[in-house]
Design a protein around this ligand. Sequence first.
Ligand SMILES: C[S@@+](CC[C@H](N)C(=O)[O-])C[C@H]1O[C@@H](n2cnc3c(N)ncnc32)[C@H](O)[C@@H]1O
Ligand SMILES: O=C(O)C(=O)C[C@]1(C(=O)O)C=C[C@@H](O)C=C1
Length: 262
Amino acid sequence: MAWLECRLCLFPEPTVSQDPDRLFAQPLEQVPDFVFNEDVVRVFPDMIKRSVPGYPTIVENLGVLAARFAQPHTALYDLGASLGAVTQSLRRHVRHDGCRVIAVDNSAAMVERCRQYLTAQDSMFQELLPVQVIEADILALPFEPASVVAMNFTLQFIAPEQRLALLARIHQVLLPGGALILSEKLRFDDVQEQDLLNDLHLDFKRANGYSDLEIAQKRSAIEHVMKPDTLQAHQERLRAAGFSKVVPWFQCLNFASLIALP
Ligand SMILES: C[S@@+](CC[C@H](N)C(=O)[O-])C[C@H]1O[C@@H](n2cnc3c(N)ncnc32)[C@H](O)[C@@H]1O
Ligand SMILES: O=C(O)C(=O)C[C@]1(C(=O)O)C=C[C@@H](O)C=C1
């Protein structure tokens, strides 16, 4: 298996907006809850790269991992696809006959832009897997049998009480030999570990040019909508959902990615 270094540009230029994320740069009287709307869409590639340590490495290698689990003539899901970075990685790396990608997101603004980027990718590369982009709530969407399901920083936005049932439904449709690849921000029960990794994450954001005001306002915006779990909670819930094996394959500070086998 080729182990790839991160690619600096995950989206083909000039088709992708390179607007810098300044959404929280000015003091706000009241910080509204974070939503994946048009404003976020415009800055999302910059925002996620500057906010999630290891993001480019995770996305690129997700395609590499998927190529190991994908089986010919099956569906590959990208759940919570946003602008389709994972979908693009799946299309770059999975070359099996008859595979197709189903990218799902419930943000109309994300879906619209995602479709534009994938069309641009189609015109730049030949023989890519076909892709279908669906605007839907993954809690309500019936899934078809699939060999790979990717959830890259999406489960943390699902209400905690809905997570087990969603994972159980994913487990039910995963084909033997397939895998769920789940990336999430983590929290830690151990106070010292939590404080250290949180501080290091703040340093990462500062090193990427975010001011203390931007960091504080972003934190207020996401605290009611994004609820990270501990690694142990993820492992236990995946087992309860029916997965036989959970293998962490990447961690950078408080962000991790797991392979869950059916
Ligand atoms: C942090 S972003 C995911 C980033 C993306 N996977 C990537 O790697 O670039 C979370 C995405 O999940 C989507 N989302 C959240 N809840 C959802 C739901 N119930 N159904 C579908 N999409 C959802 C949001 O609209 C958002 O685009
Ligand atoms: O934890 C944070 O501070 C984040 O900004 C994380 C995070 C994420 O993990 O999805 C939150 C929202 C944005 O989509 C980008 C990054």
